[in-house]
Design a protein around this ligand. Structure first.
Ligand SMILES: [Zn+2]
Length: 272
């Protein structure tokens, strides 16, 4: 191997090793090519933009509870460089919550009947914070970068080694890209969902909420959606019963944490 190649290889390996990161609890190694600081700054500005189009609930009991639960869960995550923010979007039609890298969280009022109580909210909060802590956004972006790099390389090879037209080469690559999307990127998104569930259950338990409620919450979601929608292999979300299974596996560990940190107040009575 020439010195130049050896040097290039070691630099490349160095980047990958430096970019390796162990996800809490699951200990999965993830590759992250996007610097943390960049992600945090990008998401801080998109958060404002995303919320601009929404009607926000800025005060009242529900918002106060969201802030309180958010703080308790963020304390578990222990990332002092994150500027945590929790927004309540007044939209009863949307059954959703999301997180941006760096700790920017949003809940829609439409998810409240599924949360049902404070413990349910703590689990979904834990799940969203889990996405941020496991840096799933950066990982997805890294995968897209690698995929795009691969496609660009394949394009150069096709152009110089085949007699196909540029249109034909682009069509081949588009098909390859679509296959990679369904075969590689989608399953990753689904494993991200289950990973966020595990982190969410452990965080909620550490914050003093009964983790059993996480399993019940997916049961409520199942009844609400009737199990309908796209088949699990095409969806970014694993089927609700699959999610319950993964959480159940972790339940003994989460229960132990909960026993040590149990809140004395009732967090299971119905609020919504
Ligand atoms: Zn999620």
């Amino acid at each position: 191997m020439s010195l130049r190649r050896a040097l290039a290889l070691s630099v490349g390996l160095g980047v990958v090793v430096a970019a390796c990161f162990k996800v809490p609890y699951t200990n999965r190694k993830s590759i992250n090519l996007v610097p943390d600081k960049l992600m945090i700054n990008l998401s801080a500005s998109s958060y404002g933009e995303l919320l601009q189009a929404e009607k926000l609930t800025k005060k009242g009991e529900d918002k106060e509870l969201l802030d309180r639960v958010g703080k308790r869960i963020a304390h578990q995550a222990d990332r002092k460089d994150y500027a945590w923010e929790y927004s309540l979007i007044n939209d009863d039609e949307t059954v959703n919550a999301w997180a941006l890298p760096g700790g920017k969280i949003a809940f829609y009022t439409g998810i409240q009947p599924i949360l049902k109580n404070e413990a349910g909210m703590a689990f979904v909060m834990g799940h969203e914070v889990g996405h941020a802590i496991a840096r799933h956004g950066a990982e997805r972006m890294s995968q897209q970068l690698v995929l795009f790099g691969g496609l660009a390389g394949a394009y150069a090879l096709l152009e110089s080694n085949t007699k196909l037209s540029t249109e034909q080469n682009v069509a081949i690559l588009a098909a390859a890209g679509a296959v990679a999307e369904v075969g590689l990127i989608l399953p990753f998104s689904r494993s991200h969902e289950s990973e966020a569930d595990v982190i969410g259950a452990m965080y909620m338990a550490g914050a003093g909420y009964p983790p059993e409620e996480a399993v019940k919450l997916w049961g409520r979601m199942e009844r609400k959606t009737g199990g309908a929608g796209v088949p699990a292999f095409l969806s970014t979300h694993p089927a609700n019963n699959k999610r319950q299974e993964v959480i159940r596996e972790w339940l003994p560990r989460a229960e132990k944490r909960y026993e040590r940190n149990k809140l004395t107040k009732d967090t299971l009575s119905k609020r919504w």
